[in-house]
Write a protein that binds this ligand. Structure first.
Ligand code: SF4
Length: 73
């Protein structure tokens, strides 16, 4: 459990993405300040690099992340 290494530059964490019904705070606590290995954005970042993370991908969009990773494997 530690802060995500992407934190300083992550558009989600830095409120550059639209809030999803006020869930952003919960996600930040759960993923960004908790376990980033479960964050959909982080999964893509780790495997494909920062440039491949879709601008509108939220931390909880695991299915979409899995699909993207499959397409690039
Ligand atoms: S856990 Fe995900 S959303 Fe949070 S800072 Fe890291 S990459 Fe961004």
């Amino acid at each position: 459990m530690s802060k995500c290494e992407c934190l300083p530059k992550c558009p989600f964490f830095n409120d550059k993405m639209k809030d999803t019904k006020g869930l952003a705070g919960i996600y930040k606590k759960k993923y960004c300040l908790g376990d980033n290995s479960n964050c959909a954005r982080y999964m893509i970042f780790k495997k494909l690099g920062r440039d491949r993370v879709p601008a509108d991908l939220y931390p909880n969009m695991h299915e979409r992340a899995k699909k993207i990773l499959e397409e690039h494997s």
